[in-house]
Every structure is written in C-alpha cells, then in structure tokens.
Ligand binder design. Sequence first.
Ligand code: AGP
Length: 617
Amino acid sequence: MGYVGWRPARDVLLGGLRRLEYRGYDSAGIATVTPDSPTVEVHRAAGPLDELVRVTDAAGEGDTVARAGMGHTRWATHGAPTDRNAHPHRDASGRVAVIHNGIIENFAALRAELEDDGVELASDTDTEVAAHLVARALDAEPEAGFTAAVRHVVNRLEGAFTLVFTDARRPDEIVAARRSSPLVVGIGDGETFVASDVAAFIDHTRDAVELGQDQIVTLTREGAVVTDFHGDLAPTRPFHVDWDIAAAEKGGHDFFMQKEIEEQPAALADTLRGHLVDGRIVLDEQRLSDQELRDIDKVFVVACGTAYHAGLLAKYAIEHWCRIPVEVEVASEFRYRDPVLDRSTLVVAISQSGETADTLEAVRHAREQKARVLAICNTNGAQIPRESDAVLYTHAGPEVGVAATKTFTSQVVACYLVGLALAQNRGTKYSDEVEREYHALVESADAVKEVLASAVEPTRQLARDLAGSKAVLFLGRHVGYPVALEGALKLKELAYMHAEGFAAGELKHGPIALIEQDLPVVVVMPSPKGRATLHAKLLSNIREIQARGARTIVIAEEGDETVRPFASVLIETPAVPTLIQPLVASVPLQVFSAEVARARGYDVDKPRNLAKSVTVE
Ligand code: AGP
C-alpha cells in the first residue's frame, strides 16, 4: 500500500495493512517520508502485523509528521521471513525505498552487477536490487524525474513485479509500477492511495482506478497520473467500490471465516441473481458469439486449490447437461504438458481472486493456442477476467479468511450456470429444463441456510472431540468426491493435520491400509433417492472401514436410515438434487476444519505459510 495526503501516513498505512494482512503475513514493514529528511524512515518486523505495530510504537513520535509513505505485508519467496528480509528495502544511502509483490526473475544478474560496482546488499531478497537501481537512475539523471527513473528500472526487470517506490527528496510523491500482481489506485479528497486491494483504503475512499498490465502511476495529493512502460499516457478505468467497510469487517464473529461460512446463502443468491433473463442464462461479459460457443467441442477447467475442486464439480454438470467432454486440471500443470487446444476448445478458468499466477498463465497459454477462455471470478476487473473472452462473476463479496468458503460454493453455482448456458446454446436442454435447473440452484441458498441452522453446532462439538487426532480421511463418490477433497484441503490448511480425500472406490486399491483403530473417516453419502448403486456401494465402503476399526463420521441426507447403523457420528443435511448436494455437504466440513483449528489454538483466518492471493508461480 502507498499513501500521499494530509493524514499521518503511519496511521493510514498500519490501518490499510491490517486489511491487507490476509494477503501475506510472515512479516511487515512501513516506510514514511518526512520533508527535509535525507532518508526514508523504515520500520520492519518479522511475524504478524502486531509485531510491526509494536516496533513503530516503540519508535515514538519520530515519523508521525510524515504525510506520505508505503507499507507491505510479505509472503516470502526469496529469503526467509526475517526482519532484514521484510519490505520496504532501501538503497545504500537510504534515499529510495521499495516494496514489491511477485518475483524479479533476473535479480541474480542485477545483484551481481550491483555487487561488481561495490554495492553491498542488505537482504537476501530479489526486491532490494530495485531500490538500488532507482537510486542510481535518479543520481544519473536528476532532472529526468522520479517516474522516469522508475520507468528506466522496470524496463530492465524480468518476471512478475508490482513495485511501489518512495524518494526521500520527494515527500509528496509516490511512484508505483504494475506487472502481473494487482494494483488499484484510490482517489480521495486531497489524498491518493495505491494498494493491492481496495480493502486497504476503503476506510477513506470508494473511488478507485484500476491499473493495467505494464503501467506506472505517479501519485501526488492532487491525483494520479498513469503512464505505460514507454512513458505514454495510458487509458484508465475508474470505478466505484460497491461494498462498504462493514462487508470487510467481522461483524460480531470471532473470525472472518465463521462470518464467511454464514454468508453463503446470500453469496449464492447474489451470484445467481439476474442470470436468467427471458428464459435464457446470461453471463456478465461475453465477447464470444453464439456460433463460437456452439462450436465448442471440448472443455478444460483450470484452477488451483479450492477453485480446482469447484472445477471438478463443473465436469459432472457440463458433461451431464451438454454432452461435451470436460477435463479438469490443476492450473500449474496445464501449460507444461502441451494440452491439445484450438478454436473449438473452451477453457474455463476459476479463480476467486482473479490474480492467481498459475491460473493466469494457464489462461495466457490457452489464448496463445487460440482457445476461448471463460473466467469465473470474485474480483471485478481482476487480471484473469480481463484477459478472458467471457466472464461470470461470483458475487460472494470480499473473502478475508484465507480458507475459501463462500467463494467455493459460489464458484460451484457459477460453474453450473456456465453448464446451463452451454446447454441452452447447444440445444441439449430445452429452455423450460434450463429454467427448472436454475430455480433449483436458487433454492440451494435455502438448503444451505437450513444446514447452517441444523448442522453447525453438532459439527463444532465433533471437531472439539477430534481435535487431538493425528489424521482424518475423507471419502466420497461422484459429486461427493470433490467434496471429500475439499474437506481434506480445509483441514490441512487450517488445522495442519494430515488429511486426505479419496474416491471411496479407490480405497481398496491402497489407502485402506491407512485405516487403524479409531481413525476418523468422514464419508460423504450420496442421496438414497439418487442412483441406487452409488448409495449401496458407499454403504459397503463404510462397512469395510468400520470393520477395520475406523470411526465413521457420515454426512448423509436427512431420513437416510440405512446408513445410521454404520455411522459413529451422523451429520444430516437437507434432501436436495444430486448436483446441489456438494453445496450442503461442504458446509459442515468448513465448520469442522475451522473448529479443529480453533481447538488446536491456531489462527483460523491466517493459517501458517499461506496467503490469500498467490501471485507467484
Ligand atoms: C483454499 O482454501 C485456498 N485459499 C486456496 O486453495 C485457493 O482456493 C487457491 O489458492 C486458488 O485461489 P484463487 O481462487 O484466488 O485463484
């Protein structure tokens, strides 16, 4: 985050970092620029933001007169999360400071060049070179100006870098450059902001301007000037943030994830709203003709982590409704295996943040191969939707907890909307059938509300009972399989517990060897009213593990009496259509992981080693 204005910069920056902390939290730092000081004042601290607050408080009133500065929360890529590697970094004279998101891939060569010239670098980071290089550019051509010096340097950098610079000799100016990682400008009254996310400045202004790829912004109190990497004025996209501060606060909940779990009915309703118009499914942005969509003969879904699990569910819906083959792939693997893509391939990229580097690169690769790209995203105007041919936004609102919850279930319904749009376009479903499916999706919000009312408390109790377990396994079949994977991911990332999700049928091919006395195994049962064979097969799987001593925690449709004798613990969910079941079955698993983490004394919203937006590959 960067700030130029009339308020004490230190307060603005620490307040903004508090809202950005979810993006990275292994260390943090601020730099402030005070008129007439020859150096930029920097405070940094390893650990959570509270450490930095302690350090700045201890520094006393020194820099409270500064009205400009910048701050950073770090997720380490190069160099351990220590005080000396925390950002901001300064050049040797202390005149220029920089903060950075991303990776400067040619930093080793630049570092060697500086060291050959006798410059001593103070950190192990890839970032620090940028401060030295800008200071040198300013010294070499003092009249060219701060922006020109930054432009000169960014043109030498390779990789993904979003950088913000301050210069002690310019206490009223901040310069930032964007390549890959996101950057938004906030325009206030006599003050301007720049940040990775509008949440950083939403306390002060809701008027924002989004920076595009390879753009530089120069901030002063009067406003922002945006140029490209050649120095030409660049077109900008101003927008008004349509959510307020309350949406980004805990609202009486102990932690954000809890609030976000409970927001799911609203998130689902908001994601679906307005997408059925005159009996037809409409997307948010569509730069593809109906004919181009009809020509699609193959779909790839690419995504990471939880979004990948939503993608697995897309496969069941799209293949069933549209009769098009669908492959789902982890985005980081996609482009490296040379997938067969052409104009008649649709790549569906799912990303809550719209910034995930792995997914973005998969999108770019797909477009280079002439495939069509449709993005499902929760962040308006983020890079992935910008680079896509069609977009469907999930309207889950800001998700601060690092663990995806409401964005997951919203992604699932968004995937289903894409399936319905394709089905109507290809004529594999009549419009009355499309309408019926759409209304079933709308009703899913009530089913999720019901499960929140009935299953949360028993699940919490169960979580507290099992918090001491060494491992938990998750089993499912058909649409219950991605739910099992997602349940395991949540538990791993929040409770740091060994957790694995399996297709229940795979158990006998190896993983059943893991079963031992009292091992908790969560089973996602299909509806007894669905395909009878599926239900019967899973019942057999439960018996197999129970016979080997497992403690079975079964998530089943209410009224499914056949499963009761085999469940050590039964969590009932409302009866819903097959494709909706993942939405209701996921909720207890989200609650379970959060509660186990809490019982183990971990920070539910900020699990160790993770960050909300992963903008490096
Ligand atoms: C899950 O709880 C994680 N936060 C993570 O797996 C996440 O879904 C993944 O990093 C993808 O993020 P994205 O949706 O922003 O692309």
